[in-house]
Design a protein around this ligand. Structure first.
Ligand code: ZN
Length: 165
C-alpha cells in the first residue's frame, strides 16, 4: 500500500510539470512526467491518446493531464459494479470467468469472492444481500450457504416440484 501511495504522489507531482498547451513526443512526455519512454508507450496502449495521424507519437499536454485524471478517478472508486480489487496486482479487475461467489456471514451481509483473471489471487468485496446485484453488476453470482438461516430460504426460481428427501 505504501508503494501504491508513493506512486500516487509521484503522479500528482508530475501533473504540475505538464503544460496543457504544449505538445510532447515520447521522450519529452517521459521527462515531464518522470516516467520512462517505455512507460509512456504503455500509457498510450492503455488510453493515453496521441495526436491522430502523427508519427512518431506526439501527445498534447491536455491529453496527458486528462489521462492522469481518469486514472485517479478510477482509483478513487476502483470497484464499480462487477469489479473487484486485486491486492496482488493493485488494480480493480473483472473476476475470471465473469463469476463470483457470495458467502453470507450474517442475515444481511457477506463477502463476494472472485478470482483475479491475471494472477489467480482471491479477490474479496463486502456486499449486502440488498446491494448484491448493484455490487456484482453483470457477474454470475452463486450464493454459498454458510449461514443455515439463509439455506432455508427458498430460491425464487426453484423447481416447483419439490424433491422429497
Ligand atoms: Zn491479481
Amino acid at each position: 500500500m505504501i508503494a501504491f501511495y508513493y506512486q500516487y504522489v509521484a503522479e500528482r507531482n508530475c501533473l504540475t510539470r505538464v503544460k496543457r498547451l504544449r505538445s510532447y513526443n515520447v521522450r519529452e512526455a517521459a521527462k515531464a512526467t518522470g516516467a520512462t519512454p517505455g512507460t509512456v508507450r504503455h500509457w498510450h496502449k492503455n488510453g493515453l491518446e496521441g495526436i491522430v495521424g502523427v508519427y512518431p507519437l506526439i501527445f498534447r499536454g491536455v491529453d496527458i493531464i486528462a489521462f492522469f485524471k481518469r486514472r485517479e478517478d478510477d482509483r478513487k472508486r476502483p470497484c464499480g459494479p462487477g469489479r473487484m480489487f486485486c491486492f496482488r496486482c493493485k488494480e480493480a479487475k473483472t473476476p475470471a470467468f465473469g463469476e463470483v461467489e457470495f458467502w453470507p456471514d450474517g442475515p444481511k451481509l457477506g463477502t463476494l469472492r472472485g478470482l483475479c483473471p491475471d494472477c489467480a489471487a482471491t479477490m474479496n468485496k463486502r456486499a449486502s444481500l440488498a446491494n448484491l446485484r448493484a455490487s456484482a453488476g453483470d457477474l454470475k453470482v452463486s450464493i454459498r450457504c454458510a449461514d443455515p438461516r439463509l439455506s432455508e430460504t427458498p430460491e425464487p426460481n426453484s423447481n416447483p416440484h419439490s424433491e422429497g428427501g
